[in-house]
Design a binder for this molecule. Structure first.
Ligand code: PLP
Length: 421
């Protein structure tokens, strides 16, 4: 009996997986090459900055002269091609990092523009699209958005019209997140930024880089972005960072972020790193390979479920610029069974059964599967979906490719076991 069979996968399902892997061999090789490129990029940043054993132990209290923290920020900046970076455990999550970047770089009377449609859910309250205490709207910072065109292209006319003398900052989300729109490649972001600069040269261009890090050879700084922003419990934390976020970009933008994050006058010079640095460094070092595993797993899932006739987005053969995969399962029974399989494949809480629940802020019940070492981590294999048409499972992450492969096969096994395929 082989190992998959021992782990509960029938020969039929295992064979489907094997066929997909054969079809994807060349694609996987390209992703291995991408991982190699990015691994060396990270390693060279470590070497250039002479990361040493002393960098791995943190500070307490104010965190003055925290060499490890300061070097880590240089390593991030060099890897991403930026002048400076803030990489902090005190940044609570991706939303917090984005809120800091936005608030730090706008002033009352300014306007923020999103030229790629509605931003990620949690930013609605940050900006004040949905009224919320402390939003930027309360500080007289206004907001405008321009939808992408039907075919996913930029509405250049609309963007040109939307830019005015108050436009101070443009926010561009790289990943589709959980919306129905394409994820933007660094190349497309470059076109968009150069157009925006041709209309107004001094506007600050910020890219929400969540889920996008290390999915290409370049990061959006190479596309001309002034700031890129992300979460450490996604790609760049490599599954090891226990919490935190980053902002990288032009020094004057990052300096403004630092005084917003801590306090005017103190900036980046305070903020004890406690005992997180070793995991930040090691996680960033691992991140290119971990992200590649997640990419391969997403492509594997798209191929297996796509061949069974389910609508998947992106398609297995599509280029990818983030790690999110959706699979339309077309019934609540299938969505629930799929999530049960992902949960049962987890290294932590594999014995727990996920059930749909009424999540605050959502109109329909949502089911989630996650059994992660870091709570809420979405670079670890995790899955969720609202119980409504088309019953799409959104899944992402996976620290190792064999684990994602097994999770997908177990999810499919659950569908077979319940005669749902
Ligand atoms: C995850 C994510 C965020 C921030 O979410 P947090 O849960 O606060 O870390 C913002 N934008 C996008 C596109 C994301 O994927």
């Amino acid at each position: 009996m082989d190992q998959l069979e021992k782990a509960g996968i029938s020969p039929k399902v295992a064979r489907l997986g094997e066929e997909s892997e054969k079809r994807l061999a060349e694609r996987f090789l390209k992703i291995d090459k991408l991982a190699e490129f990015n691994q060396l990029k990270v390693l060279m940043a470590f070497k250039k900055n002479r990361v040493s054993a002393e960098c791995l132990s943190g500070t307490t209290g104010y965190g003055y002269n925290d060499m490890g923290r300061d070097k880590l920020e240089k390593v991030y900046a060099d890897t991403f091609g930026a002048e400076a970076a803030l990489v902090r455990g005190q940044i609570a999550c991706g939303t917090h990092a984005l809120a800091v970047a936005l608030a730090a770089n706008t002033r009352p009377g300014d306007e923020i523009l999103s030229p790629v449609g509605r931003p990620y859910d949690t930013l609605e309250e940050v900006i004040g699209i949905r009224p919320s205490t402390g939003s930027l709207a309360e500080y007289n910072i206004s907001y405008r958005e321009v939808e992408l065109l039907e075919d996913g292209s930029f509405d250049y006319d609309g963007i040109k019209k939307a830019i005015n003398e108050r436009t101070r900052l443009v926010t561009i989300q790289r990943s589709r997140g959980y919306a129905i729109r394409p994820t933007l490649s660094v190349e497309r972001i470059a076109e968009l930024i150069s157009f925006i600069r041709s209309v107004k040269s001094d506007v600050i261009c910020m890219v929400d880089n969540c889920y996008g890090e290390f999915t290409q050879e370049d990061e959006p700084i190479a596309a001309g972005a002034d700031m890129i922003v992300g979460s450490l419990i996604k790609n760049p934390g490599g599954g090891l960072a226990p919490s935190g976020g980053y902002i990288a970009g032009r020094k004057e933008c990052i300096d403004r972020c630092a005084v917003r994050l801590t306090s005017p006058g103190l900036g980046a010079e305070v903020g004890a790193s406690l005992n997180m640095l070793k995991d930040f460094y090691q996680g960033f070092f691992m991140a290119p390979v971990v992200t590649a595993a997640a990419l391969k797993g997403a492509i594997f899932a798209a191929d297996v479920f796509g061949r069974l006739g389910f609508r998947v987005d992106p398609l297995a053969e599509d280029e990818r610029y983030d790690i999110i995969q959706s699979i339309e399962l077309e019934s609540s029974e299938r969505l629930i069974a799929f999530c049960e399989g992902i949960q049962e494949a987890a290294p932590v809480d594999s014995h727990v059964k996920p059930v749909p629940w009424d999540m605050p802020g959502y109109a329909d019940p949502v089911i989630m599967a996650a059994g992660a070492f870091i709570s809420g981590s979405s670079i670890e294999l995790s899955c969720d979906g609202p119980l409504r048409e088309p019953y799409a499972a959104y899944f992402q992450g996976g620290l190792t490719y064999p684990h994602v492969k097994y999770g997908i096969l177990l999810a499919l096994q659950k569908l077979y076991d319940a005669s749902l395929v």
